[in-house]
Design a binder for this molecule. Structure first.
Ligand SMILES: [Fe+2]
Ligand SMILES: [Fe+2]
Length: 282
């Protein structure tokens, strides 16, 4: 990207909203090895909206606990600190981007479904490859295209041009972004994720979900999100901004060591889980 363009973006990114203070405090607390479930519970229960969302989610079929979970402390003990952080980030992020027009509201809803499809995909693939941090993968999937939200809300004229080029010439959205902006949503997503001080692993999966072999130490996670993105598109869960299914990176496929025959099962599980969770996150 040319220097002048980069400067223009950084100026725009300066206008971006910040994460709610409660979520930032929770993230800090979770990074503190001395923090207890009680400390965390105290912060969450101060915020009625977060408390209600958390209890609704832990009681959803997504977790499938047989008994009702009535308190925040029980929820924390049952699903763990990392999962709590993931859930709260998940439910907070999309609130930050109010859509201004009916057109952009529809685009955002389609993108939300695509993101949720990718999140569920990352979770299912993570299970299939026995990844240890399934919750992190879910959030990585959910946030992978956050750069497109930046375009829709902060660069609406550019985004309209990108959408027009995609429609007229059947381009991949990344190709149209390169023509119009000189960078892609993955670059913009990285800027936003860094500004929010998200964990490095999350910044990497957002930055490299289309080129997972560039993710270095986080190649496995970026490869999982990369495949999940492609499967969410193949299943037509929402829309990532174009109707194409990008090519699977061969090296990323090699990293995952999945059998081609397992894809049917993965896609069936994605459809099931997508239905389950989408009703709880609306
Ligand atoms: Fe993407
Ligand atoms: Fe995507």
């Amino acid at each position: 990207m040319a220097d002048a363009d980069l400067k223009r973006f950084i100026e725009k990114v300066e206008d971006l909203p910040t994460l709610p203070r409660t979520v930032l405090r929770i993230t800090e607390l979770i990074n503190d090895p001395r923090a207890s479930a009680k400390d965390l519970s105290r912060i969450i229960t101060d915020d009625q909206v977060l408390t209600a969302r958390l209890l609704k989610l832990v009681n959803s079929s997504f977790y499938g606990f047989p008994q009702r979970i009535a308190t925040v402390t029980d929820a924390i003990l049952l699903i763990g600190f990392d999962a709590i952080r993931s859930l709260l980030l998940t439910t907070s992020v999309f609130d930050l981007f109010p859509s201004r027009t009916v057109r952009s509201r529809r685009d955002q809803e389609m993108l939300w479904d695509h993101s949720l499809g990718c999140a569920v995909g990352a979770k299912v693939i993570g299970g299939a490859v026995r990844h240890e941090k399934i919750e992190e993968l879910f959030v990585a999937g959910l946030l992978h295209d956050i750069g497109k939200i930046v375009e829709m809300t902060l660069l609406p004229e550019d985004f309209a041009q990108i959408a027009a080029r995609v429609a007229e010439r059947h381009l991949l959205i990344s190709a149209a972004e390169m023509e119009v902006l000189g960078c892609t949503h993955a670059d913009l997503g990285r800027l936003l994720a860094e500004r929010w001080n998200l964990p490095v692993k999350l910044v990497s999966t957002i930055a490299w979900h289309h080129t997972p072999m560039a993710a270095g130490a986080f190649g496995a996670e970026a490869s999982i999100v990369h495949l999940a993105d492609i499967l969410a598109r193949a299943l037509q869960l929402g829309s990532g901004g174009d109707d194409k299914v990008p090519a699977l990176d061969r090296a990323a496929w090699g990293v995952l060591r999945l059998k081609p025959s397992s894809l049917d099962e993965i896609m069936a599980a994605m459809l099931d889980e997508f239905e389950d969770i989408s009703s709880f996150l609306r």
